[in-house]
Design a protein around this ligand. Structure first.
Ligand code: MLT
Length: 250
C-alpha cells in the first residue's frame, strides 16, 4: 500500500496524477463549501480557473440554472451571486443550481487533479464518506494521492493537518511498517499526532484561519471543523463535481 501527500498543487503536473486516485483538500474553505453545496441540493459545481473563465462557462449554461460563486482574498467577487462561505450555500440558495466556482487555492488544486483516474473532494464535513471511498481505493488499487490546496502555492497548516488525519485513519494494521509513504505523508502524520481530532484548533493556529477570523468569518471555521455533518462523496469528473450518493439530504 502506498500513500503520498502533496502540500500544494505547485509542481504537480498531468503525469503525476494520470491513472491515480486523488483526494483534493481545501478545508478552509472551498472543498467544505462544495460538499455543503451538493449536500444542499446543488446539481453540480464547476471549478473555474479564473473570474473570466467562470463568466465564460456560465454564459454557456442555462441562465436560470446557474450561479456564479467565488472569492478573491476570501471576499466575494463583485457581481457574483455567492462568495466562498459555506454558510451562503443553503438549500434555498443552491437547490437545483449548477454553481460555477472560482477560488484562490481550491479550484486550482482541483484543476491540477484533472486527468486523474478519480478525483475525490474532501473536507471534515464529509470525512467519513471520504474515508470509506479511500479504503475501497486502497483495497482495489493499493495506492492513493492526497493533494492539499495550500495557500498561494505554499504550505497550509489546515490542509496538511487534514491530509495527516486522513492518512492516519487509512494506515493498515501494523501502521507505517505496512505502507509506503512519501515525506509529505510522514510530516502530515506528525501534524495529526499533534492536533489529534481537534480540527478547530488546527484551523485557529493556521494563518488562513486567522485571516478568515479577522474578516469576520469565524463561524465558517466552526462549520468547516465539524466532522461528518454533510456525508456525501463529491467526485470531480468531466469538468464538473457531482455526487451520486447522498444521505441525509436537506
Ligand atoms: C480558496 O479556495 O482559496 C479558499 O477556499 C479561500 C477562502 O477561504 O475563501
Amino acid at each position: 500500500v502506498k500513500i503520498d501527500v502533496f502540500f500544494t498543487p505547485a509542481g504537480v503536473s498531468q503525469p503525476d496524477v494520470q491513472g491515480r486516485s486523488v483526494v483534493v483538500i481545501d478545508v478552509l474553505r472551498a472543498t467544505t463549501t462544495i460538499a455543503v453545496a451538493l449536500h444542499n441540493g446543488a446539481r453540480a459545481v464547476v471549478p473555474a480557473g479564473s473570474t473570466e473563465e467562470a463568466l465564460r462557462i456560465a454564459q454557456n449554461l442555462e441562465r436560470d440554472d446557474v450561479l456564479l460563486a467565488g472569492e478573491r482574498r476570501s471576499t466575494r467577487i463583485p457581481g457574483f451571486a455567492l462568495g466562498n462561505s459555506p454558510h451562503e450555500f443553503s438549500s434555498d440558495a443552491v437547490r437545483g443550481k449548477t454553481i460555477v466556482l472560482t477560488t484562490t487555492n481550491g479550484t486550482p488544486a482541483l484543476i491540477a487533479a484533472q486527468g486523474a483516474r478519480e478525483v475525490i473532494v474532501a473536507a471534515a464535513v464529509n470525512f467519513g464518506a471520504v474515508i470509506e471511498r479511500c479504503r475501497g481505493i486502497l483495497e482495489e488499487r493499493g495506492e492513493l494521492m492526497i493533494l492539499c490546496a495550500g495557500r498561494e502555492r505554499q504550505f497550509a497548516l489546515e490542509d496538511s493537518f487534514a491530509a495527516g488525519r486522513l492518512t492516519k485513519v487509512l494506515l493498515p494494521e501494523g501502521g507505517l511498517r505496512k505502507v509506503q509513504v512519501n515525506d509529505g505523508a510522514l510530516a502530515s502524520l506528525e501534524l495529526a499526532r499533534h492536533y489529534g481530532e481537534r480540527w478547530l484548533r488546527a484551523f485557529r493556529a493556521s494563518s488562513h484561519g486567522q485571516a478568515l477570523v479577522e474578516l469576520g468569518f469565524g463561524a465558517d471555521l466552526r462549520l468547516c471543523a465539524e466532522e461528518n455533518t454533510h456525508m456525501i462523496l463529491p467526485l470531480y469528473a468531466d469538468r464538473r463535481i457531482t455526487t451520486n450518493r447522498s444521505t441525509n439530504q436537506g
